[in-house]
Design a protein around this ligand. Sequence first.
Ligand code: F6R
Length: 239
Amino acid sequence: MKRFIFDTYEEVCSAASELYVKQLNEKPDTVFGFATGSTPVGLYNELVKKYESGEIDFSKARSFNLDEYYPMKKDHPQSYDYFMRDNLFNKINLSAFSLPSGEAPNAQAECKRYDAEIEAEGGIDLMLLGIGHNGHIGFNEPSVSYSMGTYLTKLTQSSIDANSRFFGPDEVQPTEALTMGIGGIVSSRKIILMITGDGKAAIAKKLFDGMIHADVPASFVLLHPDVTVFMDKAAAGNL
Ligand code: F6R
């Protein structure tokens, strides 16, 4: 594991974006894995800037996202599909992007289809992850056992509460999601984990205490042979 700690969130995003430049120079047809949430937004802005200035070209690359609410219409403003188009996909020239479909009539069939699609594209080269306050990655919530492949999961109250800020008082907030499993995530060739903000300091302390915690899903990511962690000082405050 490589771990870098920067003074500010902006510096984290700028440093992480350099790995995308390197990755695309080495492999223009990279298969990216992307996450939603507030953590990667600054990185996505950096990637858009680099694309607009001609520094990077995504035209041969494609992507898969970690998760999507279920059920969820693609065009709903709170869908992860919408979020990704709004923050990144509409602003760069990726050749294709996929998310698990919140519109699929059969969740189990959609999970199998999604894993087969990732496999058919040769797997994920570079996976981007954020971390939940409870240590979740994607929507793999703390548990005693974890799924290898993509699956339908119930969100914990902690995740529902954390995401409630995005839903209006009259909107029904989904309580389930389709998410890549831990197995799918750690099958990626390289992983970037971003941990920023003082709200993540407590989980960061547990994550880096030298133990693999079965109830911290992100712990399993640290076993990966090529993981780069980017943190800001706020999140690293308790280390
Ligand atoms: C979403 C995802 C989640 C988030 C996590 C942190 O695709 O993978 O695991 O990374 O909930 O969210 P933020 O960045 O909003 O703190």
